[in-house]
Ligand binder design. Structure first.
Ligand code: PMP
Length: 403
């Protein structure tokens, strides 16, 4: 090994920390543990049989072509299919506005790469998806957190933050939001809040990065229009993905954004991976055109709907007074707030001993807050385990409250 490996690593690499969630998830690998910790879709929701047919038909009919490199922007037919889904809903966009990424995680990374210089400020919710925060911080972003209420990022506090930064001569690069069934809280922004945030983005001349992995996984309530559609003034870049509505193993996501932004992103993507795998993109085209996408998505939504209901009713039955939780209308997560004085990290270790796991909420707070919060995933664990897991968790919380 060379003498100064640390000094040889780049500044960014030396600054990068291991993801706190990955560390937590390592502790939850034991199969005896009932884990509400991960963010995994239910494997039962993956369309294995349909894909079996699609892949063999595709190889027989298209042969080597599906194994070739393709455009960095993505396979044209896939971009067209996705674009049509949006334009059918009324979105004003052309093919230039839509490019394929290798999961929306790559979308977040590329957004960081094309916008963030070291020390730039990026605004996010308190709490917010850790993978987003990590992607921006990797390029040296300073994250400025804005507290959320039950309708998402507070517009009032966002304005206060934007004003405070303005007084210091700082213009943030963008506002990062997850408007539908947010990770980690499960909260959805109503249209009024979306409009308020867009108005602030216009007033302070800041971009919005709208991350929408869960948008289509809605169980009840009314679908909300995307911020991309509500804005129509090139202030919004939207990230989409197949991970929660088809299969995360495909690693297919996309960016719906202004043409000028997409051009820069394509250049950045070229040096990242040349193109998202052609093979999976071609499968996705056939899958979308087969009609199975809609029926399978409906089954997935029904499954998660039922799992959410079970989790909510078990929480209601067993959680002691003083513990609160969100009631998401879709997605995969809900968020628990314990009484102020409690620390979810202490509970975590006790929970692991009792073979139940969750993610402590503090990892999603870029300001180090959220010590008395925890995230529970309801998409992965079956009903029987969910019932046992919530009971165990409630017992641990009750015992800790009496200390
Ligand atoms: N954004 C959010 C809010 C997420 O929760 C996730 C995955 N859990 C991603 C982006 C990344 O998803 P993928 O790369 O699988 O599309």
């Amino acid at each position: 090994m060379i003498s100064d490996l640390k000094g040889t690593f780049s500044k960014i690499s030396n600054n990068n920390k291991r993801s706190a969630i990955r560390e937590i998830l390592k502790l939850t690998q034991n199969p005896e543990i009932i884990s509400f910790a991960g963010g995994l879709p239910a494997p039962e929701s993956f369309p294995v049989d349909a894909l079996d047919t699609i892949v063999s038909d595709m190889l027989r009919e298209e042969g080597a072509a599906v194994l070739q490199y393709d455009a960095t922007e993505g396979v044209k037919e896939l971009r067209e299919v996705l674009l049509k889904k949006y334009t059918d809903e009324g979105t004003q966009a052309t093919l230039d506005n839509l490019i394929i990424t290798t999961g929306s995680q790559q979308g977040l990374d590329l957004v960081g790469k094309v916008f963030v210089n070291e020390g730039d400020v990026v605004i996010c919710g308190l709490p917010s998806y850790l993978g987003g925060i990590g992607a921006f911080q990797a390029y040296g972003a300073k994250m400025a957190g804005v507290p959320m209420d039950e309708q998402g990022m507070s517009a009032e506090l966002l304005e206060a933050k934007l004003e405070e930064l303005k007084q210091q001569g700082i213009k943030p690069k963008f506002i990062y939001v997850i408007p539908d069934f947010q990770n980690p809280t499960g909260i959805t922004m109503p249209e009024s809040r979306r409009l308020e945030i867009i108005a602030l983005a216009h007033k302070y001349d800041v971009l919005i990065v709208e991350d929408c992995p869960y948008r289509e996984v809605r169980f009840d309530g009314q679908p909300q229009r995307m911020m991309y559609d509500l804005d129509n003034n090139d202030h919004v870049i939207t990230l989409g993905t197949f991970s929660k509505i088809f299969a995360p193993g495909f690693r297919i996501g996309w960016i719906l954004g202004p043409k000028d932004v997409n051009e820069k992103i394509v250049i950045a993507k070229q040096s990242a991976d040349l193109c998202t795998p052609t093979f999976v993109q071609k499968i996705a085209v056939r899958y979308m055109n087969s009609g199975v996408f809609e029926t399978n998505l409906k089954k997935t939504i029904d499954l998660y709907h039922q799992r959410r209901d079970v989790m909510l009713s078990e929480l209601e039955k067993h959680m002691p007074e003083g513990v609160k939780w969100t009631h998401p209308e879709g997605g995969m997560f809900l968020f628990i707030t314990l009484p102020e004085h409690m620390d979810a990290m202490d509970l975590f270790h006790k929970a692991i001993e009792k073979k139940v796991a969750f993610v402590t909420g503090n990892v999603f707070y870029c300001d180090g807050g959220g010590k008395n919060t925890m995230r529970l995933n309801f998409s992965y664990v079956n009903n029987e385990k969910a019932i046992a897991g919530v009971q165990r968790l409630a017992e641990i919380i009750k015992a800790e409250m009496q200390v």
